[in-house]
Design a protein around this ligand. Structure first.
Ligand SMILES: C[S@@+](CC[C@H](N)C(=O)[O-])C[C@H]1O[C@@H](n2cnc3c(N)ncnc32)[C@H](O)[C@@H]1O
Length: 265
């Protein structure tokens, strides 16, 4: 078990995994079970909260329309206050805390305030969603490199360079938070050298029963924008072609058919 956690104030920064509640680590689950308070984010599986004890206080910290949301400053303050009260706290974050999860900032704050903490990694959606969509991020024939990328706009100055580097960089791109910017992302990647027929998959609510994958190419995917929802993981690269053969998880017929241009070969 997680030793000492019952008596010593401590914060566990826990990766909840990508959506399927069974994809949390055993260590993450133990942290949930031993905590006095759980501060949880929007994209975590709510089923994980069922593992907490009846006495555990559950505090929602997510940011979404219609919900009371906490600023990062408020979350930091709350973590400090609860730790000062001697509580054992799990800070439960979607995917992995250190991949686009602001876990680094929270760990810095805990370190600066002398609060005892532990970081428990989670499976990131950039890896899990494509796995559940039948897309290996690397493959001997198609890809020997992969980048985890933010699709949120950079400042004007660095924006062009950012996409130029990515267009000419890793074979496979996993783009987080990119849906609203998808048209521009595709245009930039083509502009800076990716072939316009490069396959693209957009995976919505990956690893959950709501998972739905829409495919196309850098040129054609924008025609399907109206069907694309958040949260989604965008995968760009020739590995997307393998979905034709190993689409093991999605059983329903609601998924979009691959374009003829995306057949293997
Ligand atoms: C703020 S980032 C958090 C990423 C998280 N720390 C991780 O490691 O997966 C949120 C973005 O992750 C992606 N995401 C998270 N969960 C997802 C899921 N189940 N399916 C598809 N994309 C997901 C979406 O791109 C979403 O906009």
């Amino acid at each position: 078990m997680i030793e000492g956690s019952e008596t010593v104030a401590k914060v566990y920064l826990v990766g909840a995994g990508p959506g399927d509640s069974d994809l949390i680590t055993i260590k993450g689950l133990k942290a949930i079970q031993c905590s006095d308070v759980i501060l949880y984010d929007r994209l975590i599986s709510k089923e994980l909260l069922d593992y907490a004890s009846d006495y555990t206080e559950l505090i929602y910290c997510g940011k979404s329309p219609g919900h009371h949301s906490f600023s990062q400053e408020k979350i930091n303050t709350l973590l400090c206050e609860l730790a000062t009260q001697g509580k054992v706290i799990t800070r439960l974050k979607g995917g992995d805390p250190f991949i686009f999860g602001r876990g680094g900032e929270e760990a810095e704050m805990l370190e600066q305030n002398g609060i005892y903490y532990e970081i428990i990694p989670g499976i990131t959606s950039g890896s899990a969603a494509p796995t559940y969509a039948g897309i290996p991020l690397t493959h001997r024939d198609y890809s020997s490199s992969v980048s985890f990328v933010s699709g949120v706009s950079k400042s004007d100055e660095s924006y062009e360079k950012y996409w130029e580097n990515l267009a000419q960089g890793s074979d496979t791109l996993c783009i987080y938070m990119g849906v609203r910017n998808l048209t521009d992302i595709c245009e930039k990647l083509i502009q800076y050298g990716r072939p316009s027929n490069t396959p693209v998959a957009v995976i919505h609510w990956g690893t959950t029963e709501k998972q739905q994958t829409i495919t196309g190419t850098l040129e054609s995917i924008v025609k399907k924008l109206s069907a694309i929802k958040t949260p989604s993981m965008i995968i760009i690269g020739n590995v997307v072609r393998l979905r034709n053969q190993i689409n093991w998880f999605e059983q329903s017929s609601t998924e979009q058919e691959l374009n003829p241009e995306m057949t293997l070969g």
